[in-house]
Design a protein around this ligand. Structure first.
Ligand code: GDP
Ligand code: ZN
Length: 299
């Protein structure tokens, strides 16, 4: 039988669920070396006498979201082919601006869109102002409430046609938002996918929900507080969009914008056109990369 292609909509370890022509099937990868993640487009074969499809190859990924594994410290790819990273925050638990900068930086380096979703609008209608500096850089800022439904139409519009991943500290309301965005049957498909992917009922599978308007939303229960990893050796200033234009004017093309002479980025910080807070995040992130330290998730 000729091989065909499908989309991985749930993955956990060596099991998962493949979507083919709108139908979902369990799969297993062929061979030990094949590490399939949610969002992968793959080639597969059907096997006689087995319900599970056999995944034979992964098509080239447009990007891959990785996180640092807490215990073993190795980098783990958790999803592929994302087009949007959504950072969720709320008045409570208090937002961590450095964490938000890291999400924005990861999205830029992945080459995907970034948006901030400010949840629990019902608790505090003004709190979203504290994300004003990110909004002023052109990142969309949506105020929503999973409790009252405020802003959910705008959020759906933002998600339409995108493959998004939700990130954010625990307690900001990510699961509440998923439950509001997806109808019972769609959510049930997600849960079923997770269960099939793991063989047991566990929360570590990465699952892709599919909704109307071409919405695809990746959810990573259990690792929702992940901080996307930025590889050392990558130009970190690419992750800070307001630095790109001045960085081109630094005297040294490989300027890191720390102590180098004639640094246009530091000049922009001094003149106030780049936020000192954002620049401090850049320096802090650069220091963690230089030390070879894993970027441990912050709460
Ligand atoms: P997660 O850890 O990010 O998935 O957060 P949850 O969805 O579990 O929500 C954490 C807590 O915040 C729960 O007690 C929710 O009921 C509450 N919560 C979520 N969204 C809202 C909201 O829009 N308004 C209010 N007041 N509480 C919310
Ligand atoms: Zn510079």
């Amino acid at each position: 039988m000729t091989d065909r292609s499908g989309l991985v909509v749930a993955a956990h370890g060596r099991r998962g669920v493949l979507e083919v022509d709108g139908q979902r099937h369990p799969f297993i990868p062929k061979g030990r070396g094949l590490r399939v993640v949610c969002g992968d487009r793959v080639r597969f074969e059907a096997r006689t006498g087995s319900e599970a499809l056999l995944v034979t190859a992964i098509e080239t990924r447009s990007n891959a979201l990785a996180r640092i594994h807490g215990r073993t410290r190795h980098e783990e790819i958790i999803a592929a082919n994302l087009t949007q990273l959504i950072a969720v925050c709320a008045p409570r638990p208090a937002p961590d601006p450095f964490l938000l900068d890291r999400y924005a930086c990861a999205a830029e380096i992945l080459g995907c869109r970034f948006a901030l979703v400010w949840n629990k609008y019902d608790l505090d209608g003004q709190a979203a102002r504290s994300a004003a500096d990110l909004a002023s850089l052109g990142y969309p800022l949506l105020t929503v409430s999973a409790l009252t439904g405020h802003g959910l139409v705008e959020l759906s519009d933002r998600l339409a046609g995108e493959t998004s991943v939700l990130a954010g500290q625990s307690g900001v309301g990510k699961s509440s938002l998923v439950n509001r965005l997806f109808t019972g049957s769609e959510a049930a498909v997600g849960e079923l996918s997770a269960a099939t992917a793991t063989g047991t009922h566990t929360t570590t599978a990465v699952v892709m929900y599919a909704g109307g308007q071409g919405i695809r939303l990746l959810d990573t229960p259990g690792v929702r507080q992940f901080v996307p990893s930025v590889r050392s050796g990558q130009r970190l200033d690419r992750g800070f969009r307001e630095m790109r234009e001045p960085a081109a004017r630094c005297r040294f093309s490989n300027c890191r914008h720390l102590q180098e002479p004639d640094c246009a980025v530091r000049a922009a910080v001094a003149s106030g056109s780049i936020s000192a807070r954002r620049y401090a995040s850049y320096c802090q992130l650069l220091a963690t990369l230089d030390n070879g330290e894993p970027q441990a998730a912050r709460r």
